[in-house]
Design a protein around this ligand. Structure first.
Ligand code: FMN
Length: 142
């Protein structure tokens, strides 16, 4: 049984490329064995991550992520049982939203910035789907 979980959080320190690389390295080390796929978006001090996989695994990983002291204000935006994955191609894809065309962000919010705390989980999921459709997702840093 597969589920998809979406959350957002705020970094506890300035979001540096080193910190993002460290999170992605851990994700790419652990997620294949867990059967987890997903996407990590970031912009300013905000993370937004979708994780897909088996229900137990996703729930346990989310609990672990919530306890991570590198971020705070973790908010669950969306959780659903799914028939198929949307991010099957990514162990943990990444999107630096500062590099995405602002019109993509503006399509889903009042201003062209990522603020998952202000929009519905449904809107944030729609933004992620748009990122897939417009090939904004990067598999590896660089
Ligand atoms: C924003 C964010 C996203 C994370 N995503 C994942 C993830 O997808 N997979 C993962 O194993 N750990 C992820 N982590 C790290 C976990 O919180 C935790 O540090 C890690 O799973 C511990 O694994 P380790 O014992 O192998 O170091 C994330 C952390 C942060 C701050």
């Amino acid at each position: 049984m597969l589920v998809r979980l979406l959350y957002a959080s705020r970094s506890n320190t300035e979001l540096t490329p080193e910190m993002i690389d460290a999170v992605l390295a851990t994700s790419r080390r652990n997620n294949p064995a867990l059967g987890v796929t997903g996407l990590l978006c970031y912009s300013g001090d905000i993370f937004m991550q979708v994780i897909e996989g088996g229900r137990d695994v996703v729930n346990q990983l989310y609990t672990r992520i919530c306890a991570d002291e590198r971020h705070k204000d973790v908010i669950l935006l969306h959780y659903e049982e799914i028939i198929e994955r949307q991010f099957a191609g990514w162990t943990m894809g990444q999107v630096n939203l500062a590099r995405v065309n602002p019109s993509v962000l503006l399509k889903y919010s009042e201003r062209p910035v990522l603020d998952p705390y202000k929009v519905s989980g449904q809107v944030s999921m729609a933004l992620l789907q748009e990122l897939i459709a417009t090939a904004c997702i990067v598999s590896r840093a660089g």
